[in-house]
Design a protein. Structure first.
Length: 287
């Protein structure tokens, strides 16, 4: 996609942090945008921001839990009713879930995977068929993390697992969507000024029953945002450029390049050097 004038975008987690940075970039490029967010207070603040700049007609807010498939379908219908055909899907909603692995419960796994991975799946399943159907092409952006590309400590296991899966998912769907002129990008941000540390406050009741991360989430909620962290608006402009250039990977920080090189070197070293071309050929013939 090169031209965003009057195109329609749907952004989950769009009312604060990275999501809001992406929304601002899309609106600046001429798009109409639906901000879908779990937090009504964030929606109210974001919509007031755009109203104050005379952009109220270009934005629409929907309160949405991305783990709720029926609600996602309703949001898609509301988006089309409000603005028309959707061209850009940004699966950005996420939670910075962390805690001692030995204390993890099914509620913690279901929360982390349900939002960070399941929310992406639900967005794709709901919106991509609609984008295919109108035949005008479009773009899908999935927010993962640099944490999905490098070794991370065990207290981030749930988070990192979900983000690594989003990276692989994005790589895999690219060839399927290309014939319909739908591009795919995966955003892998490092430290950005956002509200991702408010995981505990954003945990739906259905995932609260037996969580083992309550203490860790309380500590995380007290984390201060460093002035060294990237501004969400800078991430938004980077995402806009990636959509225009149909870039698969969007990496915001270079500070983890060495860590990434170490991981890939270890994987390469573990691979046998002997190869059988007939094996690969046999697999291709079965497709």
């Amino acid at each position: 996609m090169k031209d965003f004038a009057d195109k329609v975008a749907f952004v989950t987690g769009g009312a604060s942090g990275i999501g809001l940075g992406i929304v601002k970039a899309l609106i600046g490029a001429g798009a109409k945008v639906v901000l879908a967010d779990l937090r009504q207070d964030h929606l109210d603040e974001a919509l007031a921001h755009f109203r104050g700049r005379g952009l109220a007609e270009r934005v629409h807010g929907i309160r949405l839990d991305v783990t709720d498939r029926a609600a996602m379908a309703s949001a898609a219908a509301e988006t089309e009713k409000r603005f028309g055909k959707v061209h850009v899907l940004v699966n950005n909603a996420g939670v910075g879930i962390e805690g001692p692995l030995r204390h993890a419960t099914y509620d913690d796994w279901d929360f982390g995977l349900g939002v960070n991975l399941g929310g992406v799946v639900n967005g794709i399943q709901t919106f991509v068929p609609r984008i295919r159907a109108h035949g005008e092409g479009g773009h899908v952006v999935n927010t993962a993390s640099l944490a999905g590309l490098v070794w991370m400590p065990s207290f981030m296991t749930v988070y990192t697992t979900s983000k690594a899966a989003v990276i692989t998912l994005s790589e895999c769907i690219r060839d399927d969507l290309a014939p319909d002129h739908i591009g795919v990008s995966v955003l892998c941000p490092g430290p950005v000024k956002s509200n991702i540390h408010q995981a505990g406050r954003n945990r739906p009741e259905k995932f609260r029953g037996s969580s083992g991360f309550a203490e860790a989430e309380a500590q995380l909620a007290r984390r201060t945002v460093s002035p060294l962290w990237m501004e969400p608006e800078a991430v938004g402009e980077r995402v806009l450029r990636a959509i225009r250039n149909d870039e698969l990977y969007i990496i915001t920080h270079g500070e983890w390049r060495d860590a990434f090189d170490q991981r890939t070197a270890a994987i390469r070293a573990a691979m046998p050097s002997e190869v059988n071309p007939d094996l690969i050929r046999s697999l291709r013939e079965r497709r």
